[in-house]
Design a protein around this ligand. Structure first.
Ligand code: AHR
Length: 331
């Protein structure tokens, strides 16, 4: 009897562990979403890029808080800026039969296989923040995020206006985001498109700083050593710009004056540097994608139509505007 009771308890424990891990014998689910939201609760698997910047920290917080508020169970993973880790996480969400998968692809290419696996498993996928370059757009339901090309254009337009009365050459160095990522590719392209109309603007050095403060500092130190006449720094995010400010000060120059600085994001630390005159202009990129993502997730799980592209509303900031916005800036 005791033996029988112990065996029953073990069997029950095994079933509980499998259920908690979302395992199942699987096979042949034909509903719009395979996750079986039959308990009425939606489970989302979210594969985050990493924790490389202030923007990313705010984005993660937005997603976690919004999932809680929307009553969505969130399975969250941090890929540490590695595509293979994101692919592993997505495969594990497929195995666990979540109701919906959302992710911010670290780079643009190389997603077709894993997206096809999700499609075969009938699990809808939502892209958030960054895009993929897959030709088959049926592999995901929608893409929620910023227009990164437009962000680059806004940075370029500020520069053109700032130097409109000058005929001298303007030497620019560029700190690019993660190589192969949508924001790095697009912010570079949008900026180049605008400044390319005037030959006085010259990008004399352009290298990745991987969206981190430490890399931004390191690359800027190298730029300063090999280029004595830098007029402008264009950094694809605030964090790299903030690292570069340390390098500029370390080289005995005054950021914002000796070298004008344009960045993207508008997180608190960047906005403070802008208010202090160390950065000259910031193009906003909003990390608060959580509430819209949860709304979209509920719709796609219910089999409703959603727009193929959902754009984030964004602005730009001068030092005066940063001073006014800082006291109520939420991130
Ligand atoms: O994809 C958005 C970008 O990723 C942000 O601009 C940058 O700070 C982050 O790392």
């Amino acid at each position: 009897m005791i033996v029988f009771k112990r065996m029953s308890a073990l069997l029950l424990a095994g079933v509980t562990i499998m259920a908690a891990a979302g395992c199942g014998s699987g096979g042949g689910d034909t509903t719009a979403s395979a996750g079986g939201a039959d308990d009425g609760k939606i489970t989302m698997g979210f594969a985050q890029v990493g924790a490389e910047s202030g923007w990313r920290t705010a984005n993660t917080k937005s997603i976690q808080e919004s999932a809680k508020a929307a009553g969505i169970e969130l399975k969250f993973s941090d890929a540490q800026q590695k595509q293979e880790n994101q692919i592993k996480a997505i495969r594990s969400y497929i195995q666990q039969k979540v109701d919906v998968i959302a992710f911010s692809p670290v780079v643009e290419s190389g997603w077709d296989n894993v997206l096809k696996e999700a499609q075969t498993a009938k699990i809808p996928v939502i892209l958030t923040d960054r895009a993929v370059d897959s030709a088959d757009t049926s592999l995901y339901k929608t893409f929620l995020g910023s227009d990164f090309v437009e962000e680059g254009r806004k940075a370029g337009k500020w520069l053109v206006e700032e130097y409109k009365d000058s005929t001298d050459t303007v030497n620019i160095v560029e700190l690019q985001g993660t190589t192969g990522s949508a924001p790095a590719n697009d912010r570079k392209a949008g900026f180049a498109e605008v400044i390319g109309a005037e030959s006085k603007f010259k990008v004399i050095a352009s290298q990745t700083g991987d969206f981190t403060r430490a890399k931004g500092k390191e690359v800027m130190e190298a730029f300063l050593k090999s280029n004595p006449d830098i007029d402008v720094l264009y950094a694809h995010n605030d964090d790299m710009g903030l690292g570069a400010i340390e390098a500029i000060e370390g080289a005995g120059k005054v950021p914002g004056k000796d070298i004008k600085i344009i960045t993207v994001d508008a997180v608190k630390d960047g906005m403070q540097a802008l208010a202090d005159g160390k950065i000259n202009f910031i193009v906003e990129c909003s990390p608060i994608l959580g509430p819209q993502l949860m709304d979209l997730a509920k719709k796609v799980v219910a089999g409703e139509q959603v727009p193929a592209r959902v754009l984030t509303e964004e602005t730009t900031f001068t030092p005066e505007q940063a001073k006014a916005a800082l006291p109520t800036r939420p991130y």
